[in-house]
Design a protein around this ligand. Structure first.
Ligand code: HEM
Length: 144
């Protein structure tokens, strides 16, 4: 049972990080696209990828908590506590970074280059946060 839980937890991690690597080439196309309809298609795909990451993130957390339960890890285990702090920051960050920018599409304030620049920055920071969490999970550092 424990192995199945950890397996599903790792599957959640793959699904949470994976879509971001599709987003980099997509952002490049978004920056250069002149046709507004094609651009809208890219923006919709971007939105869809963010939705996948969001749901995969929930899945990842549920199985992470179950892995903690089955593995008898207390919540104050250093690498778990640090992951929690980073996770909460990235959830807050994801909501604040993507939503307001995405909403500017097709409004008078919309500026294609600023829009893509903001999204790219948000993607980079989010990927870095996820990679730090991945390191915490694999190395399991005992900070205290
Ligand atoms: C709510 C947050 C999380 C909790 C409570 C949690 C908990 C756990 C636990 C208890 C294990 C099993 C460790 C073991 O017995 O070997 C584990 C493994 C793992 N977690 Fe998480 N996790 C969380 C978030 C994450 C995130 C955000 C990622 C990826 C970005 C991740 C990736 C992994 C990986 C790859 C493993 C396997 C590591 C190994 O077995 O060496 N986890 N997690």
């Amino acid at each position: 049972m424990y192995h199945l839980v950890v397996y599903l937890h790792i599957l959640g991690a793959i699904l949470s990080i994976g879509p971001f690597f599709v987003l980099f080439p997509l952002l490049k196309r978004m920056a250069n696209e002149k046709n507004i309809h094609t651009l809208k298609g890219y923006v919709d795909s971007f939105h869809l990828a963010i939705q996948v990451v969001k749901h995969a993130g929930h899945f990842l957390i549920v199985f992470g908590l179950l892995a903690m339960w089955f593995g008898h890890y207390p919540w104050h285990t250093p690498w778990i506590a640090c992951t929690f702090i980073l996770l909460i920051s990235s959830v807050v960050y994801l909501a604040n970074a993507f939503k307001p920018t995405m909403r500017t599409f097709n409004t008078p304030q919309f500026n294609q280059q600023t829009f893509v620049k903001k999204l790219r920055r948000a993607v980079y920071i989010y990927v870095i946060l996820l990679l730090i969490m991945l390191w915490l999970m694999v190395a399991k550092p005992m900070f205290w």
